[in-house]
Write a protein of this length. Structure first.
Lengths: 407, 407
């Protein structure tokens, strides 16, 4: 009889699997350039006006439990954010969570019974899988198309759903999850693609979930469209929060927005609220800080611009340096702050992406994440948040590393 | 085909089930005395030195993700807390969680497969059940004995385990969970009882879990003993955190301590760490604030004394007023801040505890929680945190209510 439950083996996060090697190197006195985790406050200090709001909440004694679905002020500020975009959200449709991670957990807990399925697109954000698998579900993989700038392969989705229908498996599909802007590719999905996805979800009665945690980190002339603007009348869930746009990962405040009021949306809201009641509360002062930030359009616009301009500059610089490496091929990002180069392993004496990242870390002290951790082998993900000098140092090492291992 | 997963129906929290009635009353202009949730900062402001430490962390830019198992400074401070008590804990044995709730979730996720069992004692803290049931497990109930000041009925436990053995069910028992000091009874368990429980767990290879979140809120001459001091060599888990002793529920920082290093403890540590990696991080500045508080023995001692003296005074006052009511019978608490009176329904024209609490709320605007929400019908739980004037007002209403409904 096993001591641990089966689900424990699904709890893994590819972003951190090489932390131990990195720590060993650091103990030996080496400096590791960590490009594995997307943590903006390490490079762009969390805006002062948000820290001030957080401090104000603390000084005002906002240190008790909050309402379990989130403080009213915050849920109303989130409602206003979406109403401004034409999404008909009410405060009752907002459940505050411990980051998008907390929302993903509730989503899977609410919907996934053993053997259920969810449609995910490769490359996916790595922790979608453990949440789904821990709840007893299995992914059905569709693809973002690298040759179409990582947009969705609609034809493939249509065919795949047809097959699911024929196999009587469609009823097991509990949701379809898109990530826009994407992690790990840094792609902002085209509006026309999103419209097609909405139609497919609608026609087949599939709940559409859109992880939009990077929705304001948009650059290189891209335009972002929330699923909430397209999905009129169709049940859907938007995941978002303070971590990235508001540069406050350590606050641990995210949310699930469920705008519609059809039967399924109402059931899902209720389930999210019930899970929240068992979890009791999220950080109370952090919720007030995020509410204040959402309500301060002037400061937010200025601070966001500063960060996004910086990210655009760093991403484009990194992509340019990576282009000097004939063993890599990179689609230029236009959202978030990740770069997801393809490794042309045919020209290298390295077998796969895992070998690539482990050797790169051990030999060059640069920590990136293997593409197979996102469902797309032969790639790696790196963050482009550090200053250009640091990125240059890291990419010079990556390029040197590839040269050394070329056939 | 159900839209929601089966587990969603287990997500409920008795503490909040009458919130809607309370809110309706408030919308009508009535003032509701809410004695349903144990939230000390509402009545004893979170100590200034902790707020200062929290503000310092924010001003120092500690707003990025933390290490997923918790910031090193905090895990070391927790280690020192236990080492001072003679518990051989290492920082690797500490996993920081989102309150004890977060630790309970990981515990059940790590251990409970469908059909597994956990031994719980009635009355239990209400959310033990949803965490267990959502993971697919079932409780086996033992009892705290009201006539022995809510200590454990050891004989019953021994007999019950014998029966489980005979039925070949013992192998399904994944843990036994005691709450000390207890919620909802306010009882500090006697050391001799704990020693017997440790022996039983040890002899039967059952993992012992001790929820000690109120371990410093001890009064009326009671003495608290951590399971960590008794369980030498036996795998066990201690749950604790900032919420109650440090008067900071809204920080959302708790932890699981797994002191031993036998095979099962090491497996469990690894599982907790893996779950933490999927959850990414807890509030970073709040962890620094709690670390600072744990390391400031002088301030903590002073602030704790102020709060515990206040609680002792309020609890004893409330118990005295409740004693004037011949329809209630109350065991005097000596820890935490709950009172759990027995309702002598035979003398009342009210059928059960649910009827009692709902009517009390509707007629007298006093919100308490039904005992059946803790597995012990014919009782209710109230908090004794508000000032004596407020407690007096509430209990006068309770007494008036009972008189009005007496047979």
């Amino acid at each position: 009889m096993a001591f641990l439950a089966e689900r424990a083996k699904h709890a893994e996060n590819a972003l951190h699997e090489e932390n131990r090697i990195a720590e060993q190197l650091e103990r030996k006195g080496r400096r590791v350039i960590r490009l594995n985790q997307g943590d903006p406050p390490l490079y762009f200090p969390t805006p002062k006006y948000m820290i001030d709001a957080y401090v104000r909440a603390l000084r005002q004694g906002r240190t008790s439990y909050s309402e379990f679905t989130g403080v009213g002020e915050l849920r109303e500020a989130i409602m206003r954010k979406y109403r401004r975009q034409g999404v008909p959200l009410n405060p009752e449709g907002v459940i505050v969570t411990a980051g998008v991670s907390g929302a993903l957990r509730s989503l899977n807990e609410a919907l996934i019974s053993r053997g259920d399925r969810a449609i995910l697109f490769r490359p996916y954000y790595t922790v979608y899988i453990p949440w789904l698998r821990m709840a007893g579900g299995y992914p059905i993989f569709e693809n973002y198309n690298e040759s179409d700038r990582w947009n969705i392969e609609i034809d493939h989705v249509t065919k795949s759903i047809k097959r699911l229908k024929q196999g009587n498996l469609l009823k097991k599909v509990k949701y379809m999850l898109v990530t826009n802007p994407n992690n790990p590719t840094g792609t902002v999905l085209r509006r026309s693609i999103l419209e097609e996805i909405v139609d497919i979800a609608n026609e087949n009665g599939i709940l559409l979930v859109s992880d939009e945690i990077y929705d304001e980190i948009i650059y290189n002339d891209a335009t972002f469209t929330s699923i909430g603007r397209l999905a009129k009348g169709m049940p859907h869930v938007i995941l978002n929060g303070a971590s990235k746009n508001y540069d406050a990962t350590g606050f641990r405040i995210g949310f699930a927005a469920i705008p519609e009021t059809d039967r399924r949306s109402m059931e899902l809201r209720k389930a999210f609220a019930n899970f929240a009641s068992v979890r009791i509360s999220n950080s109370t002062p952090a919720q007030y800080a995020y509410a204040a930030a959402l309500s301060n359009a002037v400061e937010h616009k200025r601070e966001l611009k500063r960060m996004v301009d910086g990210i655009e500059d760093r991403v484009n610089y990194a992509v340019k340096l990576l282009a000097e490496n004939r063993h890599l091929e990179t689609v230029e990002p236009n959202g978030a702050f990740y770069i997801f180069p393809r490794i042309r392993t045919d020209g290298l004496k390295i077998k796969d992406d895992r070998g690539f990242t482990t050797k790169l870390l051990k030999e060059e002290c640069v920590q990136v994440v293997r593409g197979s951790g996102f469902g797309s082998p032969s790639h790696f993900r790196m963050i482009a948040l550090p200053p250009k000098k640091e990125l240059e140092l890291a990419i010079n090492r990556i390029n040197r590393f590839c040269k050394r291992h070329s056939k």
